[in-house]
Design a protein around this ligand. Structure first.
Ligand code: ADP
Ligand code: MG
Length: 238
């Protein structure tokens, strides 16, 4: 079981408080989407779950385990970023397996994990290519593949599609929904795209200035937003 729980989570950068006591439960296998305006704290929250940002106050648990002070590598999470910084001199295969190689995972095991991830992401034909010979969508799939091969319990996505053009975004959205179905892992996904939120989420968390404005299933928020702010994000998909 690998649900994620946040209890009274606070973040301060120096004197500036940016997260004001977040309580949230994300069930095992749930697809949870964070939405909210730029600067509301979406990335900071995600980075605290990943352990890339220290949690000032409160508790974060993953699968019932208190990971608030745990090393990022010991949390069972993998993060997919907006800028998919792949190593240009390595092939797709090498890029996907690099993290495992660093952890001294045996070669045959790496090959098997990369093969399986490539299958899920339909990347088999491109394994021997270098990133420069890939489209933007294919590169983003490789970045997701890097997360998959690590076998995380929880996937964290920070606006993974915002650098792609509209057509590719649709394609990748389908890809990510497929991935969730296939792997069944818990996913926390940050976006400012209403359509992505509505189509991918089991649960949407609307954030505003470091606080939760409303949490609910997409259609709940769509039909019954608590206020104008939530309606602005969810009530009128573009
Ligand atoms: P979002 O991802 O929703 O756009 P962020 O989580 O990036 O928002 O930022 C939330 C707030 O925290 C913003 O006001 C931002 O300026 C501030 N912030 C983020 N990172 C830092 C940092 N390392 N130092 C100081 N302030 C930061
Ligand atoms: Mg952000």
């Amino acid at each position: 079981m690998s649900g994620v729980t946040l209890q009274k989570v606070v973040k301060r950068f120096g004197e500036t408080q940016v997260i004001h006591g977040i309580d949230l439960e994300i069930a095992d296998g749930e697809f949870c989407v964070f939405v909210g305006p730029s600067g509301c704290g979406k990335s900071t929250l995600l980075r605290m779950v990943a352990g890339l940002e220290e949690t000032t106050e409160g508790t974060i648990t993953i699968g019932g385990r208190d990971v608030t002070r745990a090393d990022p590598a010991d949390r069972g999470v993998a993060m997919v970023f907006q800028t998919y910084a792949l190593y240009p001199h390595m092939t797709v295969e090498e890029n996907m397996g690099f993290g495992l190689k660093m952890n001294r995972v045996p070669k045959s095991e790496i090959a098997e994990k990369v093969r399986r991830a490539a299958g899920i992401l339909r990347l088999e034909p491109y394994l021997k290519r270098k990133p420069a010979a890939l489209s933007g969508g294919q590169r983003q799939r490789v970045a997701i593949g890097r997360a998959i091969v690590r076998g995380p319990e929880v996937f964290l996505f920070d606006e993974p599609l915002s650098n792609l053009d509209a057509e590719l975004r649709v394609e990748m959205r389908v890809e990510i929904a497929h991935l969730h179905k296939e792997i069944g892992a818990t996913m926390i996904y940050v976006t400012h795209d209403q359509v992505e939120a509505m189509t991918l989420a089991d649960k949407i968390v609307v954030l505003r200035a470091g606080r939760i404005e409303q949490v609910g299933a997409p259609m709940e928020l769509y039909r019954d937003p608590d206020n104008q702010f939530v309606a602005g994000f969810i009530g009128s998909p573009s």
